[in-house]
Design a binder for this molecule. Structure first.
Ligand SMILES: C[S@@+](CC[C@H](N)C(=O)[O-])C[C@H]1O[C@@H](n2cnc3c(N)ncnc32)[C@H](O)[C@@H]1O
Length: 247
């Protein structure tokens, strides 16, 4: 059950995938979902900023038009046209870059509120002629990717060339780099959990045909302390690449 704060009625597409109750009075504290003319957003009581999945906005636009040179595109070897399963959807920014390169991406998200934000952002993208085609490259899945990837593999008998992982990373305490709005997202989703990371990583190694790509802070620890086969190093981010280990 999701609670959405709004003074208007919700569009039908938001009622499709979850039981949603609407309320008009904000909670006393914490983060909350709200709906207005701009779509679904995440806010925080007492603060002005909001987090929204907006594939038309500045950063997404820049990454759409310039994304081919991005390290993530190189790390998945985009020129070979791989099928990508992004097991940690978040706000869909990485998936959008890959979809903008013409790649088909299946995106998994286990947090229902984050999934709702993604669903809303993608639905709005479908309605914008200049980016609708990119949106069709993305297929959303709700649930724990370590289980959902297995179900999808059984249903379709198609396996991804690349499984992409960007699990939450423990925040450094006074990181100015985390914008206030992104702090809302972290408050909603929580921090990384070793057990979740381990399950995701093992599932990724089983289902990927060619490689598993893991996004980390440039100086961050390896996921599950596993040394990658090779790495792509950026200014603040690193992509660790692992050879898969099919069942
Ligand atoms: C750091 S964010 C990913 C950001 C994303 N790469 C982007 O570009 O916006 C991590 C996301 O992975 C999701 N997540 C973590 N474990 C998951 C799992 N086992 N299955 C599906 N989603 C998961 C979290 O809920 C969170 O939304």
């Amino acid at each position: 059950m999701l609670t959405v704060y709004t003074h208007q009625s919700l569009p039908a597409y938001l009622l499709d995938f979850a039981t949603i109750e609407t309320q008009q009075t904000l909670p006393e504290s914490g983060v909350y979902l709200f709906y207005d003319d701009t779509g679904l957003s995440l806010g925080k009581v007492g603060q002005k900023g909001k987090v929204q999945v907006d594939f038309t906005a500045g950063a997404a636009h820049y990454r759409r038009t310039k994304g081919g040179g991005e390290l993530i595109a190189k790390a998945v070897q985009h020129t070979s046209n791989p099928l990508i399963w992004d097991a940690t959807g978040g706000l869909g920014r990485d998936s959008w870059v890959l979809a903008s390169q013409g790649l088909s991406v299946h995106l998994f998200e286990q947090n229902l509120a984050v999934y709702a934000l993604l669903y809303d952002g993608l639905t709005r993208a479908f309605r914008q002629p200049e980016i609708a085609q990119i949106a069709t490259n993305i297929t959303l899945h709700y649930g724990d990717a370590s289980e959902e990837m297995g179900k999808l593999a059984q249903q379709t008998t198609i396996k991804p060339d690349v499984v992409y992982l960007d699990p939450m990373y423990p925040e450094r305490k006074k990181s100015a780099a985390v914008k206030k709005e992104m702090a809302y997202f972290h408050e909603l989703v929580g921090q990384s959990e070793p057990c979740n990371d381990e399950k995701l990583f093992q599932a990724a190694l089983i289902y990927a045909k060619k490689r598993v790509v893991v996004k980390r802070p440039r100086l961050g620890e390896y996921l599950c302390q596993q040394k990658p086969a090779y790495q792509y190093l950026g200014k603040s981010t690193r992509f660790d690449v692992y050879h898969p280990n099919p069942a």
